[in-house]
Design a binder for this molecule. Structure first.
Ligand SMILES: NC(=O)c1ccc[n+]([C@@H]2O[C@H](COP(=O)([O-])OP(=O)(O)OC[C@H]3O[C@@H](n4cnc5c(N)ncnc54)[C@H](O)[C@@H]3O)[C@@H](O)[C@H]2O)c1
Length: 333
């Protein structure tokens, strides 16, 4: 199958290699000409150091290849999905499957990535989201990984499952696109919070508390927006939360560590040197919580620190002093 991967960051490159291993004819598109040229010259992506790009992997900065592609992977950062989908739309051939792998929620519209893609392509193409605990660095080394292919249309999800499934890459299907995409976006906010915990040296108990209660509020928002609670207990929810909150591969967690050590969000993101999706997702989570009336105390704290200039210590105290409640009380949804 002819496949184009739009976005040659760490994740786009790792997925392009996986799809190539699976016997596909793959083109990896870079946003910048200079990036495509550098990849061509080195045949290695610095984001996946030590993983060679085989000669069969085609590299380009032109979208011409889209006209021939039966499947297109959207692997640009979430802030660039709308612009990229808009550019790609007129070049796509009918029936092409569009797979979003970006994890985020659009600022101001609070739309999920597949919603943006559907808007920009006129709702004329089968669309799926692929999400789960999947560090590019590990997928690039072909270590065991599991993800979820989600589409409202189960047949589309199955087709994506068939294309991505590999000896070291398991893919499950799910029709709950809302739950799968929200899990992938919101866990980045919680990873920032867990990083801040680590940066302050607060220990494992604090992190487990944040992850567990954070998961509860993620699921609450997801259900309010039409997702299924069970999805949040799966790979794209709990699975991704665990991997992002505990690993040094996670730039969201690394950014949080720096914030916990007293750096501003801007200083921390500059030091991390890559897109920190959780910073943007914290804004969107706040917007969505306000819109739906769902209580999201942990995400609110992240928002207050990242956008409101409050200190991590002050919001932590506020969290710990919240009213007593039953663990399973969900009456405020
Ligand atoms: N890295 C991972 O392990 C991983 C895993 C799963 C999902 N994701 C998601 O995949 C998406 C991409 O992440 P990544 O880690 O590959 O990013 P990255 O930081 O490695 O690379 C970002 C890429 O986006 C390009 N870019 C910058 N501005 C752009 C624009 N305006 N339009 C198009 N492209 C632009 C850059 O040139 C760069 O190649 C994110 O949404 C991320 O959450 C990443």
């Amino acid at each position: 199958m002819k496949i184009t991967v739009l976005g040659s960051g760490g994740w786009g490159t790792a997925l392009a290699l996986l799809l190539l291993d699976n016997g596909n004819d793959v083109t990896l598109w870079s946003y910048a000409e200079a990036q495509a040229a550098l990849l061509e010259e080195r045949r290695e992506n610095p984001r996946l150091a030590g993983v060679p790009l085989p000669p069969e992997l085609k590299l380009t900065a032109s979208m011409d290849c889209l006209a021939e592609s039966a499947l297109v992977v959207m692997a640009v950062p979430s802030f660039a999905v709308r612009e990229t989908a808009r550019r790609a739309a007129p070049l796509l051939r009918p029936g092409t499957i569009l797979v979003s792998v970006a994890k985020g929620i659009e600022r101001d519209t609070a739309l999920r990535m597949t919603e943006i893609i559907e808007q920009e392509t006129g709702g004329n193409f089968p669309v799926a989201a692929l999400s789960g605990p999947s560090h590019a660095e590990e997928v690039g080394r072909r270590t065991p990984t599991g993800c979820v292919a989600a589409s409202r249309d189960l047949e589309t999800a199955r087709r994506v499952q068939n294309v991505f499934m590999a000896p070291m890459f398991r893919v499950y299907t799910n029709e709950d696109v809302v739950g799968v995409e929200l899990g992938g976006a919101l866990k980045n906010v919680l990873a920032l919070c867990c990083g801040a915990c680590d940066g302050m040296g607060l220990g494992d108990n604090a992190k487990a508390l944040l992850m567990t209660r954070g998961m509860t509020e993620m699921a609450r928002l997801g259900v309010a927006l039409g997702g299924r609670k069970e999805t949040f207990a799966g790979l794209s929810g709990m699975g991704d939360l665990i991997v992002t909150c505990t690993s040094m591969h996670s730039r969201n967690r690394r950014c949080g560590i720096l914030v916990g050590q007293g750096k501003s969000a801007q200083e921390a993101m500059k030091e991390v040197g890559a897109v920190v999706e959780g910073y943007f997702a914290a804004f969107s989570a706040h917007q969505l919580a306000e819109k739906t009336g769902v209580e999201m105390p942990v995400c609110r704290c992240a928002y207050d620190v990242l956008y409101g200039g409050q200190t991590v210590r002050s919001v932590l105290e506020r969290l710990m002093r919240r009213d007593k409640r039953h663990e399973a009380d969900e009456s405020w949804i």
